[in-house]
Design a protein around this ligand. Structure first.
Ligand code: IPE
Ligand code: IPE
Ligand code: MG
Length: 243
């Protein structure tokens, strides 16, 4: 139909953000401890990163640990921190080799000094990567990010450096952790839950969402491709009327 063709997105999903959910359920369904699901989830992260260049994705943002995930058991939290540490240690050389620039968004003040140092090292070593911008959201919450941004802006206004009228969309965007990143075109959430759970609240205002009925360890290249194909059929109007 000519009409449906006209509705096709001419643009490719360049920035894809993912809420990697369902590791615990994946493990529980197999009679395994939740941490096994997280371990398998790291494998999925590796495969997903590798798939990006073929799929035309230049920016990949992964939600790995939310500001609310500290509510989990001490065992699960320390297991997740250990996996993050191990991922960075094992992966940095390969990221450099494949031209991947790794960045982290979220708070850093609640991590150990050694993990913070490891994150800084990974960001510095991969800083020249140009093939893929990989951003991992850890101790990240959209509201927390907004609070930190508003605090910085308020300090600048209080000092007289900025007037209240200068606070606009661009200024707020520039104060978020994602200041250097484009907005996500597509947000994919696995596990069947249909909510944002505090992910990229400001940035995803006009993103397309795809909620998948599979758990994160089962997400693969075919599912990624299908999601991108689905994105291409969406009519992104941004509040206007389609032509
Ligand atoms: C996502 O999987 C990973 C994190 C939130 C760290 P979950 O651990 O939330 O898995 P489910 O949702 O309990 O199955
Ligand atoms: C969202 O998953 C956070 C991450 C995937 C890191 P959660 O499992 O924490 O979200 P809820 O509790 O189902 O909303
Ligand atoms: Mg979950």
């Amino acid at each position: 139909m000519a009409n449906s063709r006209a509705k096709r997105n001419v643009t490719q999903a360049r920035h894809v953000a993912m809420i990697m959910d369902g590791n615990g359920r994946w493990a529980t369904a197999r009679g395994l401890p939740r941490l096994f699901g997280h371990k398998r989830g790291v494998e999925t992260v590796r495969d997903t990163v590798k798939a990006c260049p073929d799929l035309g994705v230049t920016h990949l943002t992964l939600y790995a640990f939310s500001t609310e995930n500290w509510k989990r058991s001490a065992d699960e939290v320390s297991g997740l921190m250990r996996l993050l540490r191990r991922y960075i240690q094992k992966e940095v050389a390969s990221l450099v080799e494949h031209g991947v620039r790794l960045r982290f968004i979220g708070r850093r003040d609640r991590f150990t000094k050694s993990l913070r140092a490891l994150m800084d090292m990974a960001e510095n070593r991969t800083a020249r990567g140009t093939k893929l911008n990989l951003t991992i959201a850890v101790d990240y919450g959209g509201r927390d990010e907004m609070i930190r941004a508003v605090q910085t802006i308020a300090r600048r206004v209080a000092s007289g450096e900025l007037s209240p009228e200068q606070v606009d969309e661009d200024l707020i965007t520039a104060h978020l952790d994602t200041a250097d990143l484009p907005e996500p075109d597509l947000v994919i959430r696995t596990s069947g839950e249909c909510r944002t759970s505090n992910f990229l609240l400001w940035q995803a205002a006009y993103s397309e969402y795809d909620f998948l009925n599979i758990n994160w360890p089962d997400f693969d290249r075919a599912a990624f491709q299908a999601s991108i194909d689905g994105f291409m059929t969406r009519d992104r109007r941004f509040g206007a009327v389609s032509k």
